[in-house]
Design a protein around this ligand. Sequence first.
Ligand SMILES: [Zn+2]
Length: 719
Amino acid sequence: MENPLLDMPGLPPFGRIQAEHVEPAIDALLARNRARISDLTRGEEPPTWERFIEPLEMLGDTLERAWSPVGHLNAVMNSEALRAAHNACLPKLSAYGTELGQNRELFEGYRAVAAQEHLDATQRQLLNHALRDFHLSGVDLPPEKQARFKEIDQALAGLTAKFAENLLDATHAWSKHLTDEAALAGLPVSARALARQTATQRGEEGWVLTLDFPSYQPVMTYADDRELRQELYEAYVTRASELGPHGGQWDNGPLMEEILALRHEQARLLGFANYAERSLATKMAGTTDEVMGFLNDLADRVAAKAREELAEVRDFARSHNGATEIEPWDLAYYSEKLREQRYAITQEELRPHFPLDRVIEGLFAVLERLFDISIQEVQGVETWHPDVRFFEIRARNPQVSEAAATDKGSHDATVIHQARADEATHGIADSIPDKTAAGQGELRGQFYLDPFARPHKRGGAWMDVCVNRLHTATVDQIPCAYLVCNFTPPVDDQPSLLTHTEVLTLFHECGHGLHHLLTRVDYPAVGGISGVPWDAVELPSQFLENWCWERESLDLISGHVATGAPIPEELFQRLRAAKNFQSAMQMARQLEFALFDFRIHLEYDPARGGRIYEILEEVRDQVAPLKAPAFNRFAHGFSHIFAGGYAAGYYSYKWAEVLSADAFSLFEEKGILDTDTGRAFRQHILEQGGSRDAMELFVAFRGRKPTIDALLRHSGIAA
Ligand SMILES: [Zn+2]
């Protein structure tokens, strides 16, 4: 069978990839990779960078390139057959990954190369990361410890999956059936429709409320019926615990204790003092003291303002509704009323100012000016859906393009991409465009934009890697990305109109995209977003969002759908003012999660157990403006850290925000669209990927280490 996934010299031939190609291709590639790795590790000659590392990078890249369109299509053009094929490959790929991590001979090979001289900084970084990851997978442990390490790995996989399962079951077990619409007073039309639809699906009359977020959240924010809010709150915050309506049925308590104990034991096996220290082994933050200092410092600065914000809600509730005291189930409700009264701004009101085409045009104009690049649409490239658009990024970079022009290998690989694009447009591939088209700079990256929501497409927005940059003596691969959003499609003759939040989303994903596409790093393992620590990877994305809040850039990305006029000053001012509504309370909440997460992993003591609610109580006394009731079992539903990848890493959200705010503050000093500053960001951050220490890169751009001042100022917490 001819298999397009096994024959991809250029971009993926989306029109030809079928579900039946997936498993055979992955099986063939895994078998081939295993055989090649076995040859490489048992070769006669000693391993060197060229003989050992480069071939391994290329093996990994080929597998990734075949898998990328599969994962992507599964997300954006889902079908039963594709999902089955995709899911059938997941355990195979994860087994392969584990196998590599545990491969002692492979580890020895990397170690031998790392001991050699004549390696550049990027190569050193790649080897350091690889050796670190081998160590973290327990490959260098003595046999009995290694056996225990693997045992813990398996046990943790089971326990964390069970945690998520319990939470899901507990969430779905509860619902409230209403037969009188009066009980829904205050709820917006969309929330009522959802409740009605849920009832219909269950074959019931009336309305059904559930603890799923799209049902729960509007009730807490809008329902006038206080008892209803209280009832949902109590059910929600006791899910999967020993308390509440299903108390004890799906209790995550014992699992949480076990998870903490095993993480601690595993960290100790690897030589770390605790799991928090283990978590930082792959992050930008240096020490656990540094993280605690960072969180405590922010908490100190935010606490007073958060209490003030709560007092405002309390006063508002008293004067407008005669409510005596604010309980946790009142907070969102009165906050929303206060917000409406103060700013009278809705996302719907903003839509006519942001027609999608205008936003894209403005976004590119901003990027072109900032980063000294040019972005052009290319017609006729094969995609997976007619809505999808394709773009190329070129950059002026005199030194690099000179070098590339004399490099035969590099030229040929570009041609593959170019010729394919050309072929699709004209049906011929005889005219081969030059990599450096006149005056536009060198071709640096390509990306697909899939903007609209549609059936069989996963919700949300994301950037994903299609092709990595890979540059060796024989290959020069141009990076390619998928940018996926779920905007409202055009209806009749009305173009797609975005809310301001959606504009932020587009900028955010574009930030990730540029990090991948503008990379100058030759090896995928530390190029683009790969090898960038988790607490730094959101820097470019959050950073780019800033341009959605500035008059100068908003004028480029907005234009009224009827008149093309820029956003009126009065609306702009309201938008800016509403941005920081209750920002201190929101930050206090994030800090509560982050401090709790970090401390339970840092302070774990086998003799005393997890002390989960004891520590949560202490953290709440420190940062929470409104005391949670004693029955609140928040931790039992905190799947980010007990079932997801954020254990001792929840602080990353705030850490990256500090970086992005501080990076942006340089533009506030030098000019919002200052090309010199933008070019510096491109060179020091976007082009370097994970090839250098994240702090080193930040300092190279900013001229000093990050400080929290800009974030506090942007959030309206400090002047
Ligand atoms: Zn992101």
